[in-house]
Design a protein. Structure first.
Length: 509
């Protein structure tokens, strides 16, 4: 390539990156509006907020699908690109092609309807009345089917929507993994429930002051190394995290009788935030400074929640802080007591975000099967509560008594996030595979956790996952980090060994 051609290519790429950075900043601005709506906005602000978020979606769509963006992508793809630049172009091309297939007025309508849907969902949940949310849900299903049809009318619409959250592993991988989890976890859960093991499951019984719980949540974030200069903790009806490598916020929720649930939710959201904060700052605004979709993101939160937060080593470090906050209730609790309580397999838990590590995946499978059937047109919205309850009875042996405890408990469908749920289980599976690799590279990792030294694990994750942003596809990143293809083997071996030992199951030890 001549120097003149090289200069021209460099100028084209520079102009292209300027457009990409504007898109990124619009997206982050929309994210702050979304965070505010769920955390701080007054209840009456919805009509204006829906218009604001719709305007951002419209402008973003216009920039992403513009003739200038299309021409820049064509020019860059026709030339020679470094690996890093090729990755950026690959990611933007995928976004551009999908967005260019969808009419702008549909994008605007989806944004407005989903923004207006959240208070409708909240009211329906509070009043335990699915019928109040059903018309909105039906409209969202119709809009998302239409969205998928514009992108690819010849493919399964759910597969198209799934790729919004996990574009590279494929819905066939999700179906294969979830089917395997259902086949192997259901008998394990049954064996656990039939066990005579005497666990200290009543350690956290009673009521725990929620203000003190918030102090404890801040303690756990301090212990794990949360960067308060680039984050904050708030409460929300449904715990979530959001932001970028300069501003990664977490939320949790508190209930007087669920202190352990609030604590684990906080650790979970810390995992998301520490991934976000570990993205390269010098690449902010480009795909190289963006997280690698939801399977990888969820692997980070589930790794910190389950492999750290529910470990015996973690409680050796953190139990003194818990006793300091609740001296009257937990002064006699031992590390084993708290470890057993943190890993109890519940007999009758209906709530996903409060689920134990084992039955959690049945919650995901129920949602996955229902939303897949909704989008494919195999299930009517009005039948969701009954189908939901039937599946809970089949997979978990329990039946919700109310819509609030059943199909209204999650916020995701009010956002129009169909295809999101499978990534929770896919991420949990990946978390175990990543942690197994980290254990091979970090000597005496349990001892370090017990000493409160989380830097080696954090550094390993940053080196092998966070710093790459979207340079690699999901499957490539997994191979880079672990040396193997994505597999559920590590997860299934881990839960069978852990819960076989905990519940004294001869067939699983």
């Amino acid at each position: 390539m001549s120097s003149e051609a090289a200069d021209e290519a460099s100028e084209t790429y520079s102009e292209f990156i300027d457009r990409v950075e504007r898109l990124t900043n619009l997206g982050h601005a929309g994210g702050v509006l979304g965070w505010d709506q769920e955390v701080m906005m007054p209840e009456g602000g919805t009509p204006a907020r829906s218009k604001q978020r719709s305007a951002i979606s419209t402008v973003t769509h216009e920039l992403l699908t513009s003739d200038e963006m299309a021409a820049a992508l064509d020019d860059l793809e026709a030339g020679e690109l470094s690996d890093e630049r090729a990755s950026v172009v690959r990611e933007v091309r995928r976004q551009h092609d999908r967005a260019a297939s969808v009419p702008q007025d549909l994008v605007e309508e989806i944004s407005e309807v989903s923004s207006e849907a959240m208070p409708v969902w909240q009211e329906a949940k509070e009043e335990d009345d699915f019928s109040k949310f059903a018309p909105t849900l039906e409209r969202l299903v119709e809009l998302k089917r239409e969205y998928a049809e514009h992108i690819d009318p010849d493919r399964d619409p759910y597969e198209v929507l799934f790729e919004e959250y996990e574009p590279y592993l494929g819905v066939d991988t999700a179906e294969r993994v979830l089917e395997r989890l259902r086949e192997e976890l259901v008998p394990l859960v049954e064996a656990v429930r039939e066990s005579d093991a005497d666990l200290a499951t009543d350690t956290f019984e009673g009521e725990f002051d929620t203000d003190t719980q918030e102090d404890l949540a801040r303690d756990v974030l301090d212990t794990l190394g949360y960067d308060w200069d680039h984050g904050r903790l708030d409460t929300a009806p449904h715990p979530f995290s959001s932001g970028n490598q300069f501003d990664a916020r977490v939320t949790t929720r508190f209930s007087p009788d669920e202190p352990l649930g609030a604590l684990m939710a906080t650790v979970h959201e810390f995992g998301h935030a520490t991934y976000t904060l570990g993205l390269p700052r010098e690449e902010y605004g480009t795909p190289l400074g963006k997280s690698r979709d939801m399977t990888v993101h969820e692997s980070q939160s589930r790794l910190w929640e389950n492999h750290v937060g529910r470990s015996r080593a973690f409680w050796e470090r953190f139990l003194p802080k818990v006793k300091e906050r609740f001296p009257e209730k937990l002064s006699d609790a031992s590390v084993d007591d708290v470890y057993e309580a943190a890993n109890e397999v519940y007999e009758d838990n209906l709530i996903r975000v409060e689920a134990d590590e084992l039955t959690y995946h049945m919650h995901i499978i129920v949602r996955f099967e229902i939303e897949r059937d909704l989008i494919r047109g195999d299930l009517d919205v009005e039948d969701v509560p009954e189908v939901w309850n039937d599946k809970y009875e089949e997979y978990l042996g329990i039946r919700p008594d109310s819509d609030a405890e059943g199909c209204l408990q999650d916020i995701h469908w009010s956002h129009g996030d169909f295809g999101y749920f499978p990534t929770y289980s896919l991420g949990s599976v990946l978390a175990t595979q990543l942690y197994a690799s980290a254990e091979e590279d970090i000597e005496n990792i349990d001892e370090k956790v017990a000493e409160g030294d989380f830097d080696p694990l954090h550094d390993w994750l940053t080196e092998n996952v966070h710093r790459h942003g979207c340079r690699y596809t999901t499957d490539e990143l997994i191979r880079q980090a672990t040396g193997e293809d994505y597999t559920a083997d590590y997860f299934l071996d881990y839960v069978k060994s852990k819960y076989g030992e905990l519940y004294e199951l001869d067939d699983y030890q």
